[in-house]
Design a protein around this ligand. Sequence first.
Ligand code: ITT
Length: 198
Amino acid sequence: MRKLLIATHNLGKLEEMQGYLKELSFEVVSMDDTDIPKEWRVEEVGQTFEGNALIKAIITGKKSGMLTIADDSGVSIDALNGEPGVKSARYAKGTDKQRYEVVLEKMKDVPDEKRTAKFTSVIAVYDPMSDQVTVTYGECLGRITREPKGERGFGYDPIFFADEIGKTYAEATLEEKMRIDHRGRAMQKMYEILKRFP
Ligand code: ITT
């Protein structure tokens, strides 16, 4: 069975992406299952989600020699001029909680109707055998809450209220979140592409 590497160091993403790939005829592997040293990182020098997804998939695919998928994602907040956007993972030092607290603090005077935000995911798959790369996209609209709600998930999940489900990502079960969230949407399209892979 052909191997498919999920090129991420984010365990929250890994769990979500693995769920989608279970039914495909690939042996799905994570970075821990490769010979690549744990501290090795691709430098995310892109200015866009597409750029960084491509960089991660291509560089990791070339290094591992495996069919590789990578996600680049983040939350773009209207009242913060689109920030943190591509910088979501490194918006502030420390933990996920410290990062979303920075967002809540910056937005403390923003009224409810101006708290709109959007999560974006771009997923790239790179095949070192053919040297071909393909990308898929997913988005989810919502708003930034005034305080964290819910215990599940990772990153900004507790402060992102997803309009479609009427609760935060962190209040949703993994299945509920994946049905409507940015990464789930990009993964549904990626699933269709991978199904047809040789
Ligand atoms: P890899 O690059 O190793 O995949 P990363 O966490 O650095 O992991 P990104 O550069 O794509 O990944 O940053 C995405 C950040 O956006 C992530 O660290 C979270 O803070 C946030 N994020 C993305 N998807 C999210 C989700 O579903 N729920 C909450 N936060 C999310």
